[in-house]
Write a protein that binds this ligand. Structure first.
Ligand code: ADP
Length: 210
């Protein structure tokens, strides 16, 4: 099974692409979702974080106080590195466990013998990871698809999606890896500056080649 990493800056269209792939039955792992799951109340990771950053990072309901931990690491680069290292290592571990599970299940997928469509879906696992390069996950995948759109278009779409103002979005964009650098590292560059239909057409061509 081929591993394909999907990435792109905020508002580029990652969720739009993964929704499309999920609708077509493909296996998609969501790194952001995993990063939230590993810090659920009672998790080992949350205990480790509380040891490292103090119980102040815990909410009354036992969940992670993201604002608090954010404010701690914002002013302490060393602590930020520790947090990133811990989180990224665990995310990678969970992703590798899930890949193993999917591979096991697909080996015993009787339907794939009679359904060519199903057999095609079992050929690939997509990993949706906004921080694909930053976490080092790019080294675990065989192909990298970068979804890209012009900055102004991304700003407009995120303003509409999240209700953030322009400055807040630019701040997030500046914090992410440079767009040109991301695009340079792509094996496949999906242009999402146009209509969604145009994006889906590019995806259909790529899917046919899997
Ligand atoms: P990401 O997951 O990369 O942050 P999304 O897929 O959520 O980006 O897209 C950002 C917003 O823009 C969403 O509301 C989405 O529906 C919308 N969007 C994505 N692609 C297009 C497009 N080609 N045309 C119009 N709106 C789009």
């Amino acid at each position: 099974m081929k591993l394909i990493g999907l990435t792109g800056g905020i508002g580029a269209g990652k969720s739009t692409v993964t929704d499309y792939l999920i609708d077509r039955g493909f296996h998609v792992l969501d790194a952001d979702k995993i990063s939230r799951e590993i810090v659920l109340p009672g998790s080992d990771m949350l205990l480790q974080l509380a040891e490292l950053f103090g119980n102040g990072i815990l909410q009354e309901d036992g969940g992670l106080n993201r604002k608090k931990i954010g404010s701690i690491v914002f002013s302490d680069p060393e602590k930020k590195e520790q947090l990133d290292r811990l989180m990224h290592t665990k995310i990678l571990e969970v992703i590798h466990e899930r890949i193993f599970q999917i591979r096991e299940e697909s080996c015993h997928d009787a339907e794939a013998i009679i359904s060519p469509e199903r057999a095609m879906r079992n050929k690939v696992i997509f990993i949706d990871a906004p921080l694909l390069f930053e976490t080092g996950l790019d080294k675990s995948v065989e192909e990298i698809w970068v979804i890209d759109a012009e900055d102004e278009i991304r700003i407009r779409r995120v303003m509409e999606r999240d209700g953030l103002n322009r400055d807040e979005i630019i701040k997030i964009m500046n914090y992410q890896m440079d767009r040109t650098e991301k695009n340079r590292r792509a094996d496949v560059l999906l242009d999402n500056s146009g209509e969604k239909e145009a994006l889906y057409r590019q995806l259909n061509l790529l899917i046919q080649k899997i």
